[in-house]
Write a protein that binds this ligand. Sequence first.
Ligand SMILES: Nc1ncnc2c1ncn2[C@@H]1O[C@H](COP(=O)(O)OP(=O)(O)OP(=O)(O)O)[C@@H](O)[C@H]1O
Ligand SMILES: [Mg+2]
Length: 353
Amino acid sequence: MIGIDALTKDFGEGPVVDAVSLSVPQGAFLVLVGPSGCGKSTMLRMLAGLEKPTSGTITFGDVKVSDGESGWTIAPSRRDTGLVFQSYALWPHMTVAGNVDWPLKVAGLDKAERSTRVAEVLGLLGIEQLARRYPNEISGGQQQRVAIARMIAPKPKIMLFDEPLSNLDAKLRVEMRSELMRVHRATGATSVYVTHDQVEAMTMASHVAVLNRGRIQQFGTPRDLVADPATAFVATFVGTPPANLIEVEPAQDGIAFAGEILPASFPLDGPAQAMFLPETLRVSREAGPRTIALEFAEASPVAGRVMVTGARAGLRLTAVVDDVPGFMPGDTLYFAIPEVPAALFSVDGERLA
Ligand SMILES: Nc1ncnc2c1ncn2[C@@H]1O[C@H](COP(=O)(O)OP(=O)(O)OP(=O)(O)O)[C@@H](O)[C@H]1O
Ligand SMILES: [Mg+2]
């Protein structure tokens, strides 16, 4: 449904979106995730037609909507896309119903059709009772629902979201996540959702593109990314908690893990970074054959288990375990690592094995 080929945007100081290629099928929920400034909003604005690519193409179905080389681009209003920004920008002088009605009026629907559709989408978002209120008479979360209702009212084939939940409190954000997923399924549209919150990315996406400095680090399903990260950046960006990376180096009687020689024997040519998933580390008060001593830093509950972090200068490890029998700040803990890392990356973060 959405095809992006070698898409590049350069505002004049080097590319901020750099030769990005990916495609997703109809009905996909594509999440663009990555740190601040990595080019997420710029990608979304190019999809919406608000920004022209410097080079590369965008196709919706079999229609080419942007072509950087020829400068061809279809106007935003003719792309059949809807966009919701982080700041919802409702029209303050219009009621909730008026806001949702407006794009339908622009699209030329008659009055009866419009009022049916307005009632339908307000119902879908659970805000029928707010129809006659003005934006300043409703809460932030309700305003966000109105913005989404307004976006989906004209039934866009592609729904674009730029961090739409980042102004909401944590509880509302979780609620709105599932609301949005429900709306996505109910409309059958293809969605592209921008966030820098990896939890949002991993819970909502059918497909995830991890961006860093304008480049795709990895494109795949949430599961692919956690189980099989393509770069060290992805490994430390996804997962709750994210994977541990330890600097390793061949040594005479084993392998040096962050300077500490342990008996291990996986193939290693030189300095690298070894990845261990938090669920595979064990924590105890006693040293063992493959343990690293760290000072207890913190423990916090995750989904019925406990996340334990230990640290010393230059190394921080997190394990997910069943319980932490009374660890206190300053305690020495021994983190046992598995014989073989889940993945190996070069010092520059490229995947080796
Ligand atoms: N109109 C513009 N002119 C010049 N540079 C721009 C323009 N728009 C964006 N940029 C630059 O492009 C880079 C990517 O910006 P973008 O807004 O796409 O990042 P982002 O991933 O959405 O970040 P955030 O998570 O902070 O919203 C930034 O370095 C930004 O300063
Ligand atoms: Mg942005």
